[in-house]
Design a protein. Sequence first.
Length: 223
Amino acid sequence: MTDAPARFAGVRAYETLLGEIQDGTLRPGAVLGEVEQAARLGVSRTPLREALRRLAADGLVEQASPRVTVVTGIDVDDIRALFDVRRALEETAARLASRASDRSVFAALAADFAAVDAGDGPVSDADAYYALIARFDAELDAAVGNDYLTSALRTVRTHLVRVRRLARDKPERLAASVSEHRLIASAIASGDADLAAHATHVHLHNALTSILDSLSDTPEETT
């Protein structure tokens, strides 16, 4: 049985490597040698292996050979497949949240999105906006109350961070996204399941279109 310090070391190694993969520090194809990574992260090889197993389960690394682990790539087909899953999950989540007994938090979130709604202008603080989206996601998960669905959504979101980094932020897209999220939150708050699902569908269609347009200019980033 793994002791607590080793578990903590494994979690720390996982979170560090996850962050580096998501922010592009560890690029697709990067080799993660056990000895080198254990030394760099200041952990033994046992917790490092546990971290690598978790990353492999997330689909972020793969075994190129029995002794070589590499960061997986992500291409246009992967992104389309990811959004196919995301669409099914998030539209379902929006419908379920619209039927929750207490939806007041979504009214408050709609007001928060309205407060940063830039119309045709730029979003002044993209990091703060992404933090607001993270709050929305957390409240959506809580309202759904379905561990299977929220677990699947967490996996999808793990990959979306990489996709978001690859696709450059476009001021006009961020402004539109604010308005789209406000409509989704408002629809959930009012209990309109059909509108919430449709608004989610439109938002994800627009997001995917923008991402693919952005990546068409920098295809080498996805290989």
